[in-house]
Design a protein around this ligand. Structure first.
Ligand code: GRF
Length: 201
Protein backbone atom coordinates (compact mmCIF):
# COMPACT_ATOMS: atom_id res chain seq x y z
CA UNK A 1 0.00 0.00 0.00
CA UNK A 2 1.69 3.25 -1.14
CA UNK A 3 1.67 6.34 1.04
CA UNK A 4 -0.62 8.91 -0.62
CA UNK A 5 1.16 12.27 -0.75
CA UNK A 6 -0.31 15.76 -1.22
CA UNK A 7 2.17 18.44 -2.30
CA UNK A 8 1.28 21.99 -1.22
CA UNK A 9 2.63 24.78 -3.41
CA UNK A 10 2.48 28.57 -3.84
CA UNK A 11 4.74 29.43 -6.74
CA UNK A 12 6.97 28.12 -9.53
CA UNK A 13 6.93 24.53 -8.33
CA UNK A 14 10.53 23.53 -9.08
CA UNK A 15 10.54 21.40 -5.91
CA UNK A 16 7.26 19.81 -7.03
CA UNK A 17 8.90 19.12 -10.39
CA UNK A 18 11.80 17.40 -8.66
CA UNK A 19 9.30 15.19 -6.82
CA UNK A 20 7.35 14.40 -10.01
CA UNK A 21 10.54 13.57 -11.92
CA UNK A 22 11.80 11.37 -9.07
CA UNK A 23 8.48 9.50 -8.92
CA UNK A 24 8.55 8.98 -12.70
CA UNK A 25 12.10 7.62 -12.36
CA UNK A 26 10.91 5.11 -9.74
CA UNK A 27 12.80 6.83 -6.92
CA UNK A 28 9.77 7.13 -4.62
CA UNK A 29 8.52 3.51 -4.65
CA UNK A 30 6.71 3.74 -1.31
CA UNK A 31 4.81 6.92 -2.15
CA UNK A 32 2.55 8.36 -4.81
CA UNK A 33 1.95 12.06 -5.45
CA UNK A 34 -1.82 11.90 -5.39
CA UNK A 35 -2.65 15.60 -5.24
CA UNK A 36 -1.20 19.09 -5.67
CA UNK A 37 -2.86 21.94 -3.77
CA UNK A 38 -1.99 25.61 -4.27
CA UNK A 39 -2.99 28.51 -2.03
CA UNK A 40 -2.35 30.82 -4.98
CA UNK A 41 -4.51 30.71 -8.13
CA UNK A 42 -2.45 30.46 -11.31
CA UNK A 43 0.76 29.28 -9.62
CA UNK A 44 2.97 27.71 -12.29
CA UNK A 45 3.24 24.63 -10.05
CA UNK A 46 -0.37 23.90 -11.09
CA UNK A 47 0.74 23.75 -14.73
CA UNK A 48 3.46 21.28 -13.75
CA UNK A 49 0.87 19.10 -11.98
CA UNK A 50 -1.39 19.17 -15.04
CA UNK A 51 1.50 18.23 -17.34
CA UNK A 52 2.22 15.27 -15.07
CA UNK A 53 -1.45 14.24 -14.96
CA UNK A 54 -1.68 14.81 -11.20
CA UNK A 55 -5.01 16.12 -9.83
CA UNK A 56 -4.69 19.68 -8.55
CA UNK A 57 -6.81 22.06 -6.51
CA UNK A 58 -6.65 25.73 -5.60
CA UNK A 59 -7.71 27.03 -2.20
CA UNK A 60 -7.27 30.76 -2.63
CA UNK A 61 -5.92 31.87 0.76
CA UNK A 62 -6.79 35.51 -0.01
CA UNK A 63 -10.41 34.56 -0.67
CA UNK A 64 -10.61 32.82 2.71
CA UNK A 65 -11.76 35.04 5.57
CA UNK A 66 -9.37 33.35 7.98
CA UNK A 67 -6.62 30.75 8.26
CA UNK A 68 -9.18 28.51 10.00
CA UNK A 69 -11.45 28.67 6.95
CA UNK A 70 -8.50 27.91 4.67
CA UNK A 71 -7.48 24.93 6.80
CA UNK A 72 -11.05 23.60 6.95
CA UNK A 73 -11.15 23.53 3.13
CA UNK A 74 -7.67 22.00 3.02
CA UNK A 75 -8.58 19.28 5.54
CA UNK A 76 -11.74 18.40 3.57
CA UNK A 77 -9.78 17.87 0.34
CA UNK A 78 -7.06 15.86 2.10
CA UNK A 79 -9.63 13.57 3.72
CA UNK A 80 -11.61 13.19 0.48
CA UNK A 81 -8.45 12.04 -1.29
CA UNK A 82 -7.28 9.72 1.48
CA UNK A 83 -4.00 11.62 1.86
CA UNK A 84 -1.49 10.12 4.32
CA UNK A 85 1.34 12.66 4.12
CA UNK A 86 1.81 16.29 3.15
CA UNK A 87 4.90 17.89 1.57
CA UNK A 88 5.24 21.69 1.66
CA UNK A 89 7.19 22.59 -1.50
CA UNK A 90 7.64 26.31 -1.83
CA UNK A 91 4.42 26.70 0.16
CA UNK A 92 4.34 30.14 1.72
CA UNK A 93 1.37 29.91 4.07
CA UNK A 94 2.16 29.28 7.76
CA UNK A 95 -0.18 26.54 9.02
CA UNK A 96 -1.67 26.76 12.52
CA UNK A 97 -0.46 24.71 15.46
CA UNK A 98 -3.91 23.10 15.52
CA UNK A 99 -3.50 21.87 11.94
CA UNK A 100 0.09 20.71 12.33
CA UNK A 101 -0.87 18.81 15.52
CA UNK A 102 -3.65 17.03 13.59
CA UNK A 103 -1.00 16.02 11.02
CA UNK A 104 1.76 15.48 13.56
CA UNK A 105 4.81 13.74 12.04
CA UNK A 106 3.12 13.65 8.63
CA UNK A 107 4.09 17.05 7.16
CA UNK A 108 7.51 17.62 5.54
CA UNK A 109 8.91 21.01 4.55
CA UNK A 110 11.94 22.03 2.49
CA UNK A 111 13.77 25.12 3.72
CA UNK A 112 16.60 26.71 1.72
CA UNK A 113 19.19 26.97 4.51
CA UNK A 114 20.96 24.74 7.03
CA UNK A 115 18.48 25.07 9.92
CA UNK A 116 18.87 26.53 12.57
CA UNK A 117 20.58 29.20 10.47
CA UNK A 118 18.50 31.73 8.54
CA UNK A 119 15.09 30.26 9.36
CA UNK A 120 11.89 31.11 11.18
CA UNK A 121 9.40 33.89 10.65
CA UNK A 122 10.24 36.12 7.71
CA UNK A 123 12.94 33.81 6.28
CA UNK A 124 11.65 32.56 2.94
CA UNK A 125 12.63 32.66 -0.73
CA UNK A 126 15.40 35.08 -1.69
CA UNK A 127 15.44 36.63 1.81
CA UNK A 128 17.11 33.48 3.13
CA UNK A 129 19.98 33.73 0.66
CA UNK A 130 20.34 37.50 1.07
CA UNK A 131 20.76 36.95 4.83
CA UNK A 132 23.37 34.22 4.25
CA UNK A 133 25.34 36.52 1.95
CA UNK A 134 25.07 39.44 4.38
CA UNK A 135 26.39 37.25 7.21
CA UNK A 136 29.19 36.04 4.97
CA UNK A 137 28.76 32.29 5.55
CA UNK A 138 30.95 30.07 3.35
CA UNK A 139 28.49 27.17 3.46
CA UNK A 140 24.72 27.19 3.25
CA UNK A 141 22.35 24.53 1.89
CA UNK A 142 18.88 23.09 2.40
CA UNK A 143 17.00 21.24 5.11
CA UNK A 144 13.99 18.93 5.04
CA UNK A 145 12.24 18.87 8.39
CA UNK A 146 8.99 17.76 9.97
CA UNK A 147 6.54 20.61 10.49
CA UNK A 148 5.21 21.54 13.92
CA UNK A 149 3.67 24.77 15.24
CA UNK A 150 6.97 26.67 15.12
CA UNK A 151 7.98 27.96 11.64
CA UNK A 152 10.93 25.77 10.51
CA UNK A 153 11.04 24.35 14.05
CA UNK A 154 10.28 20.65 13.65
CA UNK A 155 12.75 17.71 13.79
CA UNK A 156 15.34 17.76 11.00
CA UNK A 157 15.24 14.80 8.57
CA UNK A 158 17.89 15.58 5.92
CA UNK A 159 20.39 18.36 5.17
CA UNK A 160 22.82 19.06 2.33
CA UNK A 161 25.55 21.73 2.30
CA UNK A 162 26.23 24.01 -0.65
CA UNK A 163 29.24 26.31 -1.10
CA UNK A 164 28.80 30.07 -1.22
CA UNK A 165 31.06 31.44 -3.99
CA UNK A 166 32.64 34.88 -4.52
CA UNK A 167 30.36 37.13 -6.51
CA UNK A 168 27.22 35.23 -5.53
CA UNK A 169 24.02 37.21 -5.62
CA UNK A 170 20.90 35.98 -3.80
CA UNK A 171 19.52 34.80 -7.15
CA UNK A 172 22.68 32.88 -8.10
CA UNK A 173 22.93 31.31 -4.65
CA UNK A 174 19.23 30.38 -4.61
CA UNK A 175 19.61 28.58 -7.91
CA UNK A 176 22.68 26.65 -6.72
CA UNK A 177 20.92 25.66 -3.46
CA UNK A 178 17.88 24.51 -5.42
CA UNK A 179 19.89 22.50 -7.96
CA UNK A 180 22.46 21.00 -5.61
CA UNK A 181 20.39 20.57 -2.46
CA UNK A 182 16.62 21.11 -2.54
CA UNK A 183 15.87 19.09 -5.65
CA UNK A 184 18.09 16.27 -4.34
CA UNK A 185 16.88 16.20 -0.73
CA UNK A 186 13.13 16.50 -1.19
CA UNK A 187 12.66 13.31 -3.25
CA UNK A 188 14.99 11.45 -0.85
CA UNK A 189 13.00 12.65 2.15
CA UNK A 190 9.70 11.86 0.44
CA UNK A 191 10.74 8.23 -0.06
CA UNK A 192 12.28 7.98 3.43
CA UNK A 193 9.11 9.17 5.10
CA UNK A 194 6.65 7.44 2.74
CA UNK A 195 8.35 4.13 3.55
CA UNK A 196 8.25 4.88 7.28
CA UNK A 197 4.53 5.67 7.16
CA UNK A 198 3.77 2.71 4.88
CA UNK A 199 5.51 0.32 7.29
CA UNK A 200 3.60 1.85 10.22
CA UNK A 201 0.21 1.38 8.49
C1 GRF B 1 12.40 28.47 -3.17
O1 GRF B 1 13.02 29.59 -2.54
C2 GRF B 1 12.64 27.25 -2.34
O2 GRF B 1 13.89 27.34 -1.72
C3 GRF B 1 11.58 27.31 -1.30
O3 GRF B 1 10.45 27.89 -1.96
C4 GRF B 1 10.91 28.68 -3.09
C5 GRF B 1 10.21 28.31 -4.38
O4 GRF B 1 10.24 26.94 -4.54
N1 GRF B 1 11.32 26.01 -0.76
P1 GRF B 1 9.46 26.24 -5.79
O5 GRF B 1 10.25 26.53 -7.02
O6 GRF B 1 8.08 26.84 -5.85
O7 GRF B 1 9.46 24.79 -5.44
Amino acid sequence: MKTRIAVLVSGGGTNLQALLDAEAAGKIPHGEIAMVISNVPGAYALTRAKQAGVPAAVIDRKACGSLAEFEEKLQAILELDGIDMIILAGFLCILSENFTKKWSNRILNIHPSLIPAFCGAGFYGLRVHAAALTRGVKLTGATVHLVNGVPDGGPILLQKAVEVLPGDTPEILQRRVMEQAEWVLLPQAAELWAEKLASAQ
